[in-house]
Design a protein around this ligand. Structure first.
Ligand code: FPP
Ligand code: MG
Length: 335
């Protein structure tokens, strides 16, 4: 079921709305068909990860970029390849979430138990492997090797982002530049590929593919900053997943980088001791009082503005308008 908040702005444009909602239904079907196994034990796990499905941001962006690239308003430009690529993107995303929850030792995702908490790490690692394997099997059925290359480069980049992050755990001296490198790789790379692949499958020019790729990169970075803000300051009941994992796992994220950057040497040593003691409430109080939380949110908002500016070469129309509205939604969200 498609999360309403990500698509609510579409309702103003009925043909566009119908095209995306119809497209997403097909994506869900392609996804489910690909993951059907003759083994009940495997099917049960496949059903479990379907519960992880949320806003379907990545498939939505792929379909919408496919339309925006050609100034299409009714989805006539979308074909089976778009829908299959959108299912591939969602499957890659699911695989990364299943593995990410192992790394983060998270118990809850989308208000349900994580695979690692239900079945243990071995099953979760294997399930993530099965999902990524299925994603590339499905991708090869599109019959466009360039799409395989693009998704393959993206998963390489994504893993590199995670490895870089792991190498800098328990390191409060992490700077904003390195943080942005991590975010660009672990999150924005996939969002960016969704947008450029959507455009490519519509036969758009290199310029349009690149512009949409840039839009996706900026939007993806803003998305992850908001995710990191919510991990520190969100409400678990609203967000629907285990929060506070970044502090627990020694991940230094943008609000903390900004807090430490403006702190006096005395305040710095206090904050470091709060981090060392994993005192989430005290850290949140400092982040709020210092304005560091707002500063991080302001960075995300700036990135959204850059995302919209990247769309200059895209034909004007409702699909482009919606891309702008979705970028705004990414930083407004509380869940
Ligand atoms: C979310 O971070 C994590 C990612 C966006 C990427 C995770 C990628 C991997 C674990 C590599 C696995 C790769 C493959 C190809 C299977 P987060 O912990 O900040 O987000 P969260 O709050 O949603 O948990
Ligand atoms: Mg996580």
């Amino acid at each position: 079921m498609v999360h309403p908040s990500i698509l609510s702005p579409v309702t103003r444009h009925a043909p566009l709305s119908a095209a995306i909602l119809g497209g997403l239904r097909d994506v869900e079907e392609i996804f489910a068909n690909q993951l059907r196994s003759d083994l009940p034990a495997v099917n049960e796990l496949a059903h479990h990860v379907e519960r992880y499905r949320g806003k379907m941001l990545r498939p939505t962006l792929l379909l919408l970029s496919g339309m925006a690239a050609r100034g299409s308003e009714d989805g006539a430009v979308l074909n089976k390849a778009h829908r299959t690529a959108a299912a591939v993107a969602e499957m890659i995303h699911m695989a990364t979430l299943v593995h990410d929850d192992v790394l983060d030792e998270a118990d809850t995702r989308r208000r349900g138990r994580t695979v690692n908490s239900l079945r243990g790490n071995e099953t979760a690692v294997m399930l993530g492997d099965w999902l990524i394997s299925n994603a590339f099997h499905l991708c090869s059925l599109i019959g466009d090797p360039a799409v395989n290359v693009l998704f393959g480069e993206t998963t390489n980049t994504l893993c590199e982002g995670e490895l870089l992050q792991l190498s800098r755990r328990e390191d409060p001296s992490l700077d904003e530049l390195t943080y942005m490198q991590i975010v660009r790789r672990k999150t924005a790379a996939l969002v960016s590929s969704c947008c450029s692949i959507g455009a490519r499958l519509s036969g758009a020019s290199e310029l349009v593919q690149d512009s949409l790729g840039k839009y996706g990169e900026f939007t993806g970075c803003a998305f992850q900053i908001q995710d990191d803000v919510l991990d520190l300051a969100g409400e678990e009941a609203l967000v629907g997943k285990t929060l506070g994992r970044d502090l627990e796992k020694g991940k230094t994220t943008l609000p903390v980088i900004m807090l430490l950057r403006q702190a006096t040497p005395w305040e710095r040593s206090e904050v470091l001791s709060i981090i060392h003691n994993r005192d989430g409430a005290a850290l949140l109080e400092r982040l709020r009082l210092s304005g560091a939380l707002d500063e991080a949110k302001a960075t995300a908002i700036q990135l959204v503005e850059s995302a919209k500016s990247a769309l200059e070469s895209i034909p004007h129309g409702v699909a482009k308008d919606l891309l702008c509205e979705l970028a705004d939604e990414v930083v407004r969200r509380e869940a």
